[in-house]
Design a protein around this ligand. Structure first.
Ligand SMILES: Nc1ncnc2c1ncn2[C@@H]1O[C@H](COP(=O)(O)OP(=O)(O)OP(=O)(O)O)[C@@H](O)[C@H]1O
Length: 985
């Protein structure tokens, strides 16, 4: 119902009824407020109090000191991110400690104070405590815990202090507390005594000292985030940091591995893979291109600036390199989908210089250097295989050549979009090491969400008034405000039937002047009735806010997308890989395309092309064009419904290939297979030259299923059902959107196999039931208001979809296309076409052969002839004729006239062989005698040329395309057609 999405702003707050109610209800107001305070999530009005002057003074001083600490160095912190109170306390303690410990060390009062404070607690450690506290304060001023993860440092520091105090206790004759605090202060303090005394009693002082030393080392590892196998690297980094010297020994993981340093373990898989490929990047030549070092290993980004996703912590502030230096161009085997480089070629020092001489968005220099590396120095293309690459194998040793049946070779040599005229050529998508995810700063910050507004208060009054007018003993106990709707909670008095409130639905709608009131009885998990009423002052949920949320940060999965916010204002995210397929439906203008934009943008923001690849199908032609050229695509955005159907068949083929691989290597899920590939755990047969690579997830998005279902309902349904039944384990996931959630589009089979649903506003309860199997979507208010029913859940969640604007999308797309170019697969359409030819015949092969024979021998293309001669129904005869047409055996329908037969009787054997699955070349040859244009199309297809331009059998005839979606209508079975007029039987 378009009406639902076009609802005009309502004014429940200002209705005279509401105003009167306000005046009429003060009697019970105090009781209700008390009840509300018990359960309400947000809305209790607090009396505004001025800030405590002492707190203000403290915070003022803290901000001044914090500002001073932040003035040095390049870290920037937004005003609202400052958390200066606690670090200022540490600062004050550090100053106090320095005065008592250092400057008044001989003063008896200071000694006594020390004995009962720092000294009494930590013993001799208290001498160093002012420094430790000062450093901690400066760190926290600059890296507040609300912004940075400081829990690790806190834990590490605590363990450090306890263990050092314990050691001080052991090495200072282990005094007993009975000897007095002054004595303890000269040893390890109370903490040292607690840490060491029991241990010493258990395993002797020497044993306890050993344990504490190990713990001390551990605390240092925790503080510096150093895994044991990275100790050598950290020490070198420290050395470089302190003395600014060049780290000659350890500029790459290769040196570590070769040198037998403790990092050897970390680089072992890389080294193993190098060994397998018979190449070595260990070299004394500093000019050697080390493509095998990871960014981490190469130091492209120092470890303290990286976060868990490999993204720079604050990419905007420090201008992240668009291209790492050439010596840092590395695949990163540490990521779940990144594979090591396969080809390493030496290059000259010049290349390194031109990359290394500045920031990497010096694209001109980068381009020059890439050209030199790819065009002049390397004996072919610069090859880093990543996942999806299509290598030029010229000049490579045989063992480096990818074999044709490589499991995942989604790349191709087809058209490449992404780099405009005169733009530097970005590296191929298969070069994951160079790839940096876009910064979330590209997405704008949304308006702050409100927990309560005057509108909410007015509605509470209106609801209360209705309940009172109808003498229902029920109370509005609170509400939770979401961006689009607010859910008001009603608790019933004893003995009051729920139906008494639900029966008031129309009156409530009337009172709040909204026809989109939705009643939940009860609110899941609560003994309360929920009334969801749209906010007249609704808020937009920015995708940037969703992706910046803690929830999103904590979930690094590349397929996790920002969905929006729920009714309680909490962020909602969803992992597409777990869905595993999603049906999105809603009437025009309800927000489907906006959701798909948010989804695709989320993927671009969080996943590298080596982790997620996409097939975007956009028959509407306008919605997804912004993503043309992004490196995550494996084929240009498909807008032609027929080609879309073929692409789905290709996906089935890809899925089958993946399954074959999983089966032959004994894995049940693609994630397990990928893990084993990365860890180099898969043993290939000795003769195999295959290079295993992890599979990326494949996300297939269809932004109007109805258009596809009109063109080739059976094929599309078959493909979708097959994909949805099997693709989960192979990492292939479908998102199907439609504005026509009718049973002919969302068929029972499709529905049964697409378990997750996202329903935007629809026009009728029937539509809502088609999508969700329950009513509710008909009460949504459009513009991104949705009900989300993830797989396995029986209750839908109401969410306001995240919004991402066109300029934001453009920024993200610009970032990713600058990073890498797409590598399209040519075979998505071509191979699929062949597959479709086989698939669409289905069980009718024999009939089709007979029909072909009949038509060719009689040179008469009549449906009713087929009907009579083959004794089949009209529908079947029509289908056979369509199949003959699709193989260019007969021409298109010409109304009631018989169709042209395009092949001669002499060509019949070739035609029959082609139908039986022989080579398409035969068909092309067969067709060539009859129709020049038809043969051109068939030849193009058989030669593997992507159908495009003049050769595009589908794209060239717009009228034909438009009409082709309708079933061919011929005379009905009782009528005579041209065949009948011949008088032959
Ligand atoms: N999440 C959202 N937040 C705010 N506004 C939204 C949101 N989603 C959609 N809208 C508004 O609704 C309008 C229509 O949305 P959208 O184009 O996504 O609808 P649709 O369901 O794809 O429609 P159609 O099927 O006609 O393409 C948008 O232009 C925008 O103004």
């Amino acid at each position: 119902m378009a009406t639902s999405s076009k609802s005009t702003p309502r004014k429940p707050a200002s209705t005279p009824r509401a105003t009167r109610a306000t005046a009429a209800t003060p009697r019970k107001a105090p009781a209700r407020t008390t009840a509300a305070q018990k359960t309400v999530k947000y809305p209790v009005i607090q009396e505004e109090k001025g800030p405590n002057p002492l707190v203000s003074l403290w915070l003022g001083l803290a901000h001044v000191t914090g500002g001073a600490a932040r003035a040095f160095g390049s870290e920037t912190l937004a005003k609202e991110e400052r958390r200066d109170g606690l670090p200022f306390l540490f600062f004050v303690l550090a100053v106090a400690g320095a005065i008592t410990e250092w400057f008044l060390a001989s003063n008896a009062v200071a000694v006594a104070i020390n004995a009962w404070t720092f000294g009494g607690l930590f013993g001799r450690v208290s001498y160093a405590l002012p420094v430790i506290l000062m450093l901690l304060a400066v760190w926290l001023f600059r890296h507040p815990s609300s912004v940075h993860d400081n829990g690790r440092i806190g834990i590490g520091l605590s363990v450090f202090l306890v263990t050092v105090s314990g050691l001080c206790h052991i090495f200072s004759q282990a005094p007993d507390p009975s000897e007095g605090m002054e004595v303890l202060a000269l040893a390890g303090g109370v903490i040292g005594w607690i840490a060491a005394a029991p241990l010493a009693a258990l395993i002797t002082p020497a044993g306890s000292a050993a344990v504490l030393i190990v713990l001390l080392a551990l605390s240092l590892f925790i503080i510096t985030k150093t895994p044991p196998n990275r100790i050598g690297r950290r020490l070198r980094e420290l050395y470089v940091y302190l003395f600014g010297a060049h780290d000659e020994a350890g500029d790459g993981g290769a040196s570590d591995g070769a040198g037998g340093s403790p990092d050897a373990n970390a680089t072992a898989p890389v080294a193993a893979k190098r060994g397998r490929r018979g190449r070595s990047s260990e070299t004394d030549d500093p000019n050697m291109l080390d493509l095998d070092a990871t960014p981490e290993e190469s130091g492209a980004l120092p470890w303290w600036r990286r976060n868990s996703s490999g993204r720079e912590e604050d990419p905007e502030s420090s201008a992240p390199p668009l291209q790492p230096r050439i010596e840092d161009r590395t695949p990163a085997p540490e990521g779940p989908f990144e594979s090591p480089a396969e080809v390493v070629h030496p290059t000259d020092l010049d290349s390194t210089e031109s990359f290394g001489s500045g920031l990497l968005h010096d694209m001109e220099a980068a381009e020059q250097a890439i050209k030199r590396v790819t065009g002049e120095i390397l004996p072919g293309r610069l090859q880093t295989t990543g996942l999806l690459d299509d290598e030029s194998t010229e000049g490579l040793p045989a063992f480096a050549t990818p074999i044709p049946d490589a499991p995942l070779d989604l790349s191709g040599t087809g058209a490449v979009l992404g780099a405009g005229e005169g733009m530097p050529t970005p590296p191929p998508a298969s070069d994951p090491a160079n790839y940096r995810l876009p910064s979330v700063a590209n997405l704008s910050v949304g308006e702050p969400s409100k927990a309560r507004s005057a509108v909410n208060d007015d509605i509470v009054r209106a609801i209360t008034d209705v309940l009172k007018q109808f003498s229902v003993d029920a109370t509005v106990t609170g509400f939770s405000r979401g961006p689009t709707v607010t859910r008001y909670e009603i608790e019933l008095g004893p003995g009051v039937k729920v139906e008494r409130v639900t029966a008031l639905s129309k009156n409530l709608s009337y009172a709040v002047a909204s026809n989109e009131v939705r009643i939940l009885s009860p609110i899941p998990g609560r003994s309360a009735i929920g009334i969801e009423i749209p906010n007249t002052d609704r808020e937009t949920v920015s995708l940037g806010d969703v992706l910046r949320s803690q929830k999103a940060m904590n979930d690094p999965h590349p397929m996790t997308i920002g969905v929006g916010k729920d009714v309680e204002g909490k962020f909602v995210l969803a992992n597409l890989a777990k869905m595993p397929h999603l049906l999105v439906a809603g009437s025009t203008g309800s927000g489907k395309s906006s959701f798909i934009n948010s989804m695709v943008t989320s993927v671009l923001m969080r996943a590298k092309p080596s982790e997620v690849r996409m097939v975007l199908i956009d028959p509407k032609r306008v919605e997804l064009t912004a993503y043309q050229g992004v490196p995550h695509l494996i084929t240009p955005i498909i807008t032609n419904p027929k080609k879309a159907a073929e692409a789905l068949s290709w996906v089935v083929k890809e899925m089958d290939m993946r399954y074959d691989d999983l089966e032959s290597f004994g894995f049940r899920h693609i994630d397990d297979f990928n893990r084993a590939v990365i860890n180099d755990e898969i043993q290939l047969p000795p003769a195999s030259q295959r290079v295993l690579k992890p599979y990326p997830y494949l996300l297939v998005v269809v932004d109007e299923l109805a258009d596809l279902m009109m063109v080739a309902p059976r094929d599309v349904e078959d493909s979708i059902v097959r994909i949805t039944q099997l693709a989960r384990a192979s990492g292939i996931h479908l998102v199907l959107a439609t504005q026509r959630p009718s049973v002919d589009v969302v068929t029972g089979l499709i529905k049964a196999n697409v378990p997750s649903r996202l329903a935007f506003a629809v026009t009728s309860v029937t539509d809502s039931r088609v999508i969700l199997d329950q009513p509710g979507a008909d009460k949504l208010i459009g513009q991104g208001d949705a009900l989300f029913l993830p797989m396995g859940s029986s209750k839908s969640i109401r969410v306001q979809g995240a919004w991402v604007s066109e300029p934001e999308i453009a920024k993200v797309v610009e970032h990713v296309t600058r990073q890498a170019r797409p590598e399209y697969r040519d075979d998505v359409a071509v191979t699929a076409e062949k597959k479709q030819i086989d698939a669409d015949i289905g069980d009718d092969l024999e009939l089709l052969l007979a029909a072909a024979e009949l038509v060719v021998n009689t040179q008469f293309g009549s449906t009713s002839m087929l009907q009579r001669k083959l004794k089949v129904g009209f529908a079947k005869a029509g289908r056979l004729m369509d199949l003959l047409e699709s193989r260019e055996i007969v021409g298109p329908s010409e109304g009631s006239k018989a169709r042209d037969v395009l092949v001669t009787a002499e060509q019949l054997p070739e035609v029959l062989s082609m139908i039986r699955g022989g080579s398409t070349a035969g068909a092309a040859a067969a067709g060539s005698g009859a129709s020049a244009s038809a043969s051109a199309g068939a030849a193009a297809a058989s030669a593997g040329v992507p159908a495009s331009g003049a050769d595009d059998r589908y794209g060239s005839d717009a009228v034909g395309d438009a009409l082709s979606q309708y079933p061919e209508v011929e005379a009905d079975s009782s009528e005579e057609d041209a065949w009948g007029l011949t008088g032959r039987e």
